[in-house]
Design a protein around this ligand. Structure first.
Ligand SMILES: [Zn+2]
Length: 273
């Protein structure tokens, strides 16, 4: 599934389209998570003026109309030459002045929707802060976690606490600070929360720098693969040896998700430190 770093990478790779005017729009298959609006023709003649990211959404601002794009489970945008052959699962083609933007999505959980001029939508209005912003800091997180009795990993992956910390990033950052994924969120000490915030930011920045990569076949809009996956220490490594202490890494299910941890380096402490 494309995670925040992939979406950031995708947004960056679409920047060549800025200030270009839409020449034509062609919807090949409108049935995504919600139908692609049937009045996309409105975009023709409009310049793309801004590309932003909020959580895992891309906000595409055209001169008159704004759009909200999401990659769902398997979506990707690709920039190509107009004469390039279409691929199976290419659902939307937007012609710009000298490049074509194609939306590809085998599982069709993504979305292409209109957004109002204030960029308000029930899909993004109630989301927590961006992990790389100053609003996501130790004081904020400590306060937020103090009211939560769920495991820290589940709290960290809750979009109302902070957006964009998927399973990979939660697993890796908890491993790196030595906190058990099931430790009740409210029992983390201030010092642990401080380390956690630093670690979440570090690992997301690293993933963005390396081009993202959660899906093995993930590629950004230019078709380049990410290298982040090769740097993982815990995620996907259950049964292998911990790089710190050589204990066998274990896997437990938390909120239906695999959670890999080292029983030695990440002991479960149920009481406040
Ligand atoms: Zn260990």
């Amino acid at each position: 599934m494309p995670e925040l770093p992939e979406v950031e990478t995708t947004k960056t790779s679409l920047l060549p389209l800025l200030q270009q005017r839409v020449q034509a729009v062609n919807v090949l298959n409108a049935s995504l998570r919600w139908p692609i609006p049937n009045d996309l023709e409105k975009l023709v003649g409009q310049r793309l003026t801004q590309l932003k990211r909020r959580s895992k959404y891309i906000l595409a601002e055209f001169e008159q109309d704004h759009m909200l794009w999401h990659l769902g489970m398997s979506g990707s945008f690709r920039l190509c030459e107009p004469n390039e052959a279409l691929r199976k699962h290419d659902h939307l083609v937007i012609d710009f002045e000298d490049l074509q933007l194609r939306y590809h999505d085998p599982r069709r959980f993504g979305c292409i929707l209109w957004l109002d001029q204030q960029n308000q939508s029930k899909l993004i209005d109630t989301l927590g802060p961006e992990p790389l912003s100053e609003d996501f800091n130790a004081a904020y997180l400590h306060e937020k976690l103090s009211k939560k009795n769920v495991g820290i990993k589940i709290a960290l992956m809750d979009n109302h606490v902070v957006v964009g910390v998927g399973n990979i990033y939660a697993t890796e950052s908890l491993f790196n600070i030595g906190v058990h994924p099931a430790q009740p969120a409210s029992t983390l000490s201030k010092a642990q929360v401080e380390k956690l915030v630093i670690e979440v930011k570090r690992i997301l920045k690293q993933a963005i720098d390396l081009g993202g990569s959660t899906l093995r076949d993930y590629s950004n809009a230019m078709g380049e693969n990410g290298y982040f996956q090769q740097t993982l220490l815990a995620y996907g490594r259950a049964g292998e040896m911990c790089v710190n202490c050589e204990t066998t890494l274990e896997n437990m299910k938390l909120g239906q998700r695999a959670s890999v941890f080292c029983p030695q380096c990440q002991p479960l402490k149920l009481k406040k430190a």
